[in-house]
Design a protein around this ligand. Sequence first.
Ligand code: SF4
Ligand code: SF4
Length: 445
Amino acid sequence: MNKYKKSKYNVSFEEDNKVIFVNYLTRAIATVDKEKAEMIKEILREPNREWKEEYKKLKDDLIYGGYLVNKYFDELQHLKMLNYISRYDTSSPVFTILSTLQCNFDCVYCYESKEGPSMTQETAQEISDYLCEIATKKRKISIGWFGGEPLVNFDVIKLINRNVIETCDKYHTDFVSSISTNGYLLDEDKAKYFDELDIKNVQITFDGPPQYHNKYRPLKGGKGTFETIYNNTKRLLEMTKETHISLRVNVGVENYDKIPELLEMFDDFPKERIRIYFRWIFQASEDNREFYAKLHEFKGLNSFKKISKFYIEAAKKGFKVFFPILTQNRYCEYDSVSSTVIGPKGEIYPCTVAIAKGAVFGKVTKNGIEYEKEKYLYWHKPDAFEDEECKNCKILPICMGGCRNARLQGSKGCPEEKRDVEHFAKVWYFTKTLENKCKICEVEK
Ligand code: SF4
Ligand code: SF4
């Protein structure tokens, strides 16, 4: 008979007379009444007893959900394989391209210089040649546009996406594109190209309702931007067929109580095509120490708990929410040899945050990318599976080792979800449950 042991990644909590069991590795979520929960706890304590009837059925369910695993199953090794596949799989490269380092905004907390070069047509052509060559050999290729403000230099976006789409069509390679924009320049004239350019995901940031957003994210010169961005977002959704919008909501000291007001305003958007996530204004630049210190104090020790209420509020209103930490088998998209950040001069950065620090570690050339090997290897060196704290961490399956940029600068890079793993499981459970309820409502309508 097979022998079993308890998974290392089980978390449980009580809610409304129910007990919820979550497994971070399989991402199973099970809700049971208190009586069954006691039976489950008994089985988890002694998984190899001769369980009969209802207990036997429950034990089978626990095995199915990964709460119980074969005695010889090495969960850590399994996770390591998932993580390594995600980090070293090269079948579907992802390119983040900065069309410019210039920006039309003057956000109070911004960490980028807002000045700097824009990509020339000549450099764009070289990058496009390189990407087209890659597209002939791969299963899928993704291009994400970033800046500065990428729409300041829309012509190179058109040039590169069109060329790569043409090659992908010819070689039956899947293509997907996205853009991270402040949304201000996303007028009708640009929106009409989004379907043709296959830009299917657009990330736009709001810093609360107009009075706060306009204070934090003004144009250079100080003019407010909320109304234009809001109208542009709405129009883009009307003018495109499949474009989805990821709304990033930045939360800070002053706008904290006003986020529900912003969610009310999002009610005008088609809910099935937007998803929302919340972030502290984390890049409160070290140059802006006062801003940073206030926020740090406000967030307190359990910052995830404090921000998590917005996930629940948004889900209650029928919005899809997402937790960036749950999206892949690595901490962030730059935690992979397949992810490349290309600057406006064809220079290569390890990740989008490292741009501000000028951490260039390679360049696109006519022969492909030439890396500065030492720096490249150093970036990819941190490994959660060689770190005792990570190996014993309950949320290793969703975190996979934290931010490597932070690690390389000497801190651990744990996400705020680590501060209260049970609370994270709760928020995740609530939002999932609410999403499923909404799906049922939609069917019944
Ligand atoms: S939360 Fe921290 S300790 Fe846990 S896996 Fe992530 S980086 Fe490692
Ligand atoms: S700073 Fe860390 S989490 Fe952010 S993009 Fe860079 S590596 Fe990823």
